[in-house]
Design a protein around this ligand. Structure first.
Ligand code: UGB
Length: 598
């Protein structure tokens, strides 16, 4: 009480909230007024932040924590009363007429979209020391994930603006959710690279705050063992993106500006933009309020499964069930073998790749009701079976894909399944763990992530009529991967299949040992036979034809051990590097027509 004189009326209100919610222990060791006053005020600064960054404030956080901890103690199944079944959704196969139609529709819609990247996680499983969006998506060009995402959005923006008949140009907003772990490094990366060509005004960073840790089943907030004026905090999960968008006021602004879609995506999927135009086309055609992008998924693979859940009371929803919960849920619901592959070789539950397309209007209406709060969960590690004490403090968590959980049954919630090779290759696992992945399951490593880019680009060109030689198998960092020709292109060269097809003609072939990097827009491949390395960079006003026989010693791949610390981390986690022996490299900086031949 002697400390009351130190506090402002707002701080006294916060103290009341804490005391009324069972948190008197926080003040137990406080000395009288005049001692540690600065630290006490810092404590209230932290409390004010924790209170304002959570929908409903700390009182709501503590109340929910008590309820979820009580449920966890008695072992309550979050899916009690629900039975799982295989949902039906849209299946798209690359290159089919339907796929091509959906892509075209998606490009039309792109200028009505805002893109939201959740990049607040450090990626403990990968163990990389930098931020994940700064990692090269592939090392042929060294383009990092963030640059690729921005260039993809800009390419879509340009293509979409061109189609729209009213002639107005629209800049697609790009939001990045960061956290204290990633914020300054993300901002530095953008600023050092002039936002990779995007207008800085198009980009908004929203920083998520961590949430308070909990010491026991009464949801008593955990003090830092080394500082009695500081509460321990931990990340709350990617679900924060909804409350941050809501409180930012951006949704309202976007609606006023005539936008219709919000697309959410994660930090390291280098194939993602291969899937965006078509899935946006599906959202528009099917008028989905929620469209989750999915891929066929191996049973028990560490990605969530899209599942239809039907409650005994008749309610049903199509929702992601996390990988650690799907198997027990199935076993408890009359599927004694749990999550197993069916005759297709995949689990019947498609894998959630956590790319969501939400229709803006219904999304904003829903957030108006919930404040952006997402159904949370708690995962305490108990000391023993009495479940009375924790091994270490815990906290509430939430996931962005749980957004549909509060929606009414009338909401149109669907999903779109696409080929894995086209749409999904995240970089999540460190080399050691990736090498232990059961055979046949994806590694999700830096090695497999990069190889997937070459594979997808090779397959796309094959389908466009180029004879790309078949891959060879190679073991890199203990993982057996298919090594295809190292083909890359800038998004502006071809975002959708019909555009790529227009750039390729005649009899073209590319050998397996080849490297081809196309960095210009108006580059046409005609009657090209490539056996070596070819790098072409050109300004938009230069029309370039690649053709004839181009043969040189090319770039070879050298194995690198991930333990070899003399090699930069972003390279050694892939298990290889390029030895640039010889290449044909052309940079065209003047307008005009050019032909690149050996
Ligand atoms: N992230 C944040 O922005 N803030 C946070 O507090 C935490 C994460 P992970 P996870 O792709 O296959 C998800 O760690 O959470 C960002 C889905 O839940 O890579 O284990 C982070 O920066 C799962 O259903 O993945 O699993 C990153 O961009 C499945 O779809 C993103 O959130 C799986 O991804 C995901 O974080 C998948």
């Amino acid at each position: 009480h002697s400390n009351l004189g130190l506090l402002s009326p707002d701080q006294i209100e916060l103290a009341k909230i804490l005391l009324e919610n069972g948190q008197s222990h926080l003040f137990q060791q406080w000395p009288e007024l005049g001692v540690d006053d600065k630290e006490k005020l810092a404590f209230f600064d932290q409390i004010a932040r924790l209170n304002s960054s959570y929908p409903g404030g700390l009182a709501a956080y503590i109340k929910t924590a008590k309820e979820l901890l009580a449920d966890s103690k008695v072992g309550k199944n979050p899916y009690d009363g629900f039975s799982p079944s295989v949902p039906s959704g849209e299946n798209l196969t690359f290159g089919t007429d339907n796929f091509i139609e959906m892509e075209k529709r998606g490009v039309v819609e792109a200028r009505n979209a805002a893109f939201v990247l959740v990049a607040g996680g450090l990626g403990e499983r990968l163990g990389y020391n930098g931020i994940k969006v700064a990692l090269p998506r592939e090392t042929t060009t060294g383009t990092c994930f963030l640059q690729h995402y921005i260039e993809s959005i800009l390419a879509l923006q340009e293509a979409s603006n061109k189609i729209d008949s009213d002639g107005s140009e629209r800049d697609i907003p790009f939001i990045i959710m960061t956290s204290d772990d990633t914020h300054s490094r993300t901002l530095d990366l953008l600023e050092l690279n002039s936002y990779f060509g995007m207008k800085p005004t198009q980009v908004h960073l929203l920083k998520q705050e961590k949430v308070a840790c909990l010491d026991d089943n009464d949801a008593r907030l955990a003090l830092d063992p080394h500082n009695k004026y500081s509460i321990q905090t931990k990340p709350h999960g990617h679900g924060d993106v909804h409350s941050l968008l809501y409180s930012s006021g951006l949704l309202h602004k976007w609606l006023e500006a005539g936008l219709k879609w919000v697309l959410f995506f994660q930090d390291t999927n280098g194939l993602l933009f291969n899937a965006i135009p078509a899935s946006l086309g599906v959202s528009a055609t099917k008028q989905y309020h929620v469209n989750s992008l999915a891929v066929p998924r191996k049973a028990k693979e560490a990605i969530g499964g899209i599942t239809k859940l039907t409650h005994v009371d008749g309610r049903s929803m199509v929702i992601n069930v996390e990988y650690n919960q799907l198997d027990p849920l199935l076993r408890a619901s009359g599927f004694p073998d749990g999550d197993v592959n069916c005759e297709t070789g995949f689990s019947p539950f498609p894998g959630n790749i956590n790319q969501l397309i939400l229709e803006l209007g219904p999304y904003k209406d829903e957030l108006q009701k919930t404040g952006g709060a997402i159904k949370e969960f708690v995962n305490p590690k108990y000391k023993d079976s009495t479940k009375t004490a924790f091994k270490s403090s815990t906290r509430l968590e939430c996931m962005m894909q749980d957004y549909p959980k509060t929606l009414p049954p009338t909401a149109r919630v669907g999903f779109t399944v696409m080929d894995i090779w086209l749409a999904y290759a995240p970089v999540k696992n460190n080399p050691e763990d990736a090498a232990k992945v059961p055979k046949g399951n994806p590694y999700h490593s830096a090695t497999s992530g990069e190889m997937a880019i070459y594979r997808a680009n090779s397959l796309i060109l094959q389908k466009a009529g180029v004879k790309v030689e078949e891959p060879v198998k190679q073991v890199l960092n203990g993982q057996e991967v298919e090594v295809w020709s190292r083909i890359t292109w800038k998004p502006k060269w071809g975002m959708i299949f019909s555009d790529i097809k227009k750039k390729v003609s005649g009899n073209c072939e590319v050998s397996q040992r080849s490297t081809m990097a196309i960095k210009g827009r108006n580059v046409f491949i005609k009657d090209l036979s490539l056996d070596g390395a070819l790098i072409v960079d050109s300004i938009d006003d230069a029309e370039v034809k690649l053709g004839g026989l181009i043969k040189n010693n090319g770039w070879t791949m050298e194995s690198v051990d991930y333990k070899d610390t003399s090699v930069p981390e972003e390279i050694r986690i892939r298990g290889f590097r390029f030895n640039k022996v010889e290449q044909l490299e052309k940079k065209l900086t003047q307008p005009g027509k050019f032909s690149v031949e050996d």
